[in-house]
Design a protein around this ligand. Structure first.
Ligand SMILES: [Zn+2]
Length: 339
């Protein structure tokens, strides 16, 4: 399977949390957390459409200005998602500047706050000097018994969240492709069919949920000679495509280790291909970690193991362990791979 989601920790294992995820199917990227992002070039910031914030402690939110600065003059809508109070946090940032000469700028910022049973939406437009516009809250239907809830549902991507206890709510996130489509080029070739943009249409029909009986016409090019053909979606699927499980990435930061948090994290990160988990402390300092509402490396390893994650990446190391990154990683991976 060729992975379509490419995650990178903007500041490596030790700097501010920010996980930049590029999607190969569109020129589009997603960011989990907004710590210092000075290391991200402007062209990468411009690809951001959605930013998911865990909570607004400064090391997770100080990068907001950098996104605002780059996005300001471009025609786009930037969407932020996160815990209660995020709207006030964004408003506070915007109120820190004077906006009397931006009425020709096309930037719109939408902020969605997820409360227990409702979603609050606020919009800030450059054309209105970024004054807050409230919308009616939408209700949030979390399934009973589920500890996690959907934040964003698109045909090709789902983002789910869990509200963890960090003395304030700290949101953990997962990003998942519902399924993954591979084209068998060899079989196409054997059937005398060309590759080309018609395959994009086919994938689109599947993402849209069209039934197997769906008939469609496409223009095929046989050595530059166009020819219209009709196909049945189910037949194309059966002969030329492999549909497999999609890729999953989980992201957990700033949470205490307790039964409730652990259960939510395990549910959210279940089966993740890559599980990014904070490990600010070594387990020798687990009491300090608990008091400060953070995880230890060993706890990160246990959680990844319980969640049956395929790979674990630990990060958000505390500066008290400068130079001991390898020891933190070793402790986490030992707990993760323990027999
Ligand atoms: Zn925090």
């Amino acid at each position: 399977m060729r992975p379509l989601l490419h995650p990178t920790l903007v500041n490596g294992r030790s700097g501010d949390p920010a996980l930049y995820i590029e999607t190969l199917f569109e020129r589009r990227a997603i960011l989990f957390d907004l710590g210092d992002i000075a290391a991200l070039p402007a062209r990468k910031i411009l690809r951001l459409e959605q930013v998911f914030v865990s909570h607004a402690h400064i090391d997770h939110f100080v990068g907001f200005d950098a996104v605002l600065r780059v996005a300001l003059g471009r025609g786009k809508t930037l969407r932020l998602y996160g815990p209660p109070h995020l709207i006030a946090n964004v408003q506070g940032k915007l109120n820190g500047y004077t906006w009397n000469l931006v009425d020709g700028y096309p930037l719109t910022i939408e902020v969605r706050e997820f409360h227990g049973h409702e979603i609050r939406l606020a919009t800030f437009r450059a054309t209105e000097g970024f004054t807050l516009r409230d919308s009616e809250p939408e209700s949030l239907h979390a399934l009973p018994g589920n500890q996690t809830f959907a934040i964003l549902e698109e045909p090709r991507l789902t983002v789910r969240a869990a509200a963890l206890n960090h003395r304030i709510p700290s949101f953990a996130y997962s990003l998942e492709e519902p399924f993954h489509i591979n084209v068998n080029k060899q079989k196409l070739h054997e059937a005398g069919l060309p590759v080309g943009s018609w395959l994009k249409d086919v994938k689109q029909f599947i993402w849209q949920g069209q039934p197997d009986a769906y008939r469609f016409q496409v223009l095929l090019y046989f050595e530059h000679r166009p020819e219209e053909r009709e196909f049945v979606l189910g037949e194309i699927k059966e002969k030329f495509l492999t549909i497999s499980r999609g890729q999953k990435i989980a992201y957990v930061v700033d949470a205490r280790y307790d039964d409730e948090n652990a259960a939510k994290i395990v549910e959210l990160a279940h089966g993740a291909d890559t599980f990014y988990c904070e490990s600010p402390y070594l387990d020798a300092d687990r009491e300090k970690a608990f008091d400060r509402y953070h995880l230890t490396a060993k706890q990160a390893g246990w959680l990844a193991r319980k969640a049956a994650a395929r790979d674990l990446v630990v990060f958000h190391f505390s500066s008290r362990y400068t130079g001991q990154g390898d020891a933190i990683e070793r402790e986490a991976l030992e707990a993760f791979r323990e027999e």
